[in-house]
Design a protein around this ligand. Structure first.
Ligand SMILES: Nc1ncnc2c1ncn2[C@@H]1O[C@H](COP(=O)(O)OP(=O)(O)OP(=O)(O)O)[C@@H](O)[C@H]1O
Length: 245
């Protein structure tokens, strides 16, 4: 199956009238898909809807061909999620946190915990309390938790938010390695467009709750010196159209 994420006309309006409107979005197997948009555009809402953390008013959402509303367990079986800052019990060790998280997944035991710790380079720090971890280490622990069930799709909401340069590069290297060696598909939201340009092959741009562009980075970037310039051009165009509507 080519499409691992498919959203069709997905709409959710909050009581304050904000939200997302008729979002159509497709993530294909093997993509590192960058999801961009201004603050409050709707990125987290879309990600929460597609993982069943919040419900859409209307529309169709499929993961690996399974309907998120009616076939939730099958839809989420191969999906790992890290939405907003990774929350962990600070008074427990990194390893203990993963043991807690692993209880959600039948069949995930000590060996897989060793593997995910290794993937995110936390093996030497596994017995230290999370309270003493840096933000980068906490994010890597969150990534390890999302990896426990051997997902084929990872949905990451701002995974490098607030990290220093080394922490950011470290997460990027892990993502690229997982994409290359384990063929994991990624959907990643971020404001760090230079960072994302080094990873993504496809992107989606959301503006005021509407997906205004989706396509290959190589196509979008044509005629622009960088992905940032291309993104700003798109946003300016959309705002110009809205002003003349
Ligand atoms: N539970 C909620 N109740 C009311 N409004 C909400 C709720 N969650 C989100 N919103 C509103 O919906 C819009 C989209 O929010 P969302 O968090 O999805 O944006 P975002 O693109 O992830 O933003 P950011 O880049 O700042 O994280 C915003 O205007 C936000 O204020």
């Amino acid at each position: 199956m080519k499409n691992v994420v498919e959203l069709r006309n997905v709409t959710k309006i909050f009581k304050n009238q904000r939200g997302i409107h008729e979002v159509n979005m497709t993530v294909q197997r093997g993509d590192i898909y960058g999801f961009f948009g201004p603050n409050g555009a709707g990125k987290t809402t879309v990600m929460k809807i597609m993982t069943g953390l919040t419900q859409a008013k209307q529309g169709e959402m499929k993961l690996f061909g399974y309907d998120v509303k009616t076939q939730y367990e099958q839809a989420m079986a191969k999906v790992g999620v890290l939405i907003e800052t990774a929350e962990a019990y600070t008074y427990m060790s990194g390893r203990r946190n993963l043991e807690q998280a692993a209880r959600l997944y039948p069949g995930v035991g000590k060996q897989r915990i060793d593997e995910v710790l290794e993937i995110v380079d936390l093996t030497p720090f596994q017995h230290e309390k999370v309270g003493g971890y840096s933000l980068g280490m906490k994010q890597r622990l969150g990534l390890a938790a999302a990896m426990l069930s051997k997902p084929e799709l990872l949905i990451l909401d701002e995974p490098t938010n607030g990290l220093d340069i080394e922490g950011m590069v470290h997460i990027r290297e892990i993502i690229l390695k997982l994409a290359r060696e384990e063929q994991i598909t990624f959907l990643i939201s971020s404001h760090l467009i230079h960072e994302m340009e080094l990873m993504c092959n496809r992107i989606g741009i959301i503006h005021q709750g509407r997906l205004v562009r989706e396509g290959l980075v190589s196509e979008l970037i044509q005629g622009s010196p960088s992905l940032e310039a291309a993104y700003l051009r798109e946003i300016k165009e959309v705002r110009g159209l809205a002003a003349h509507a």
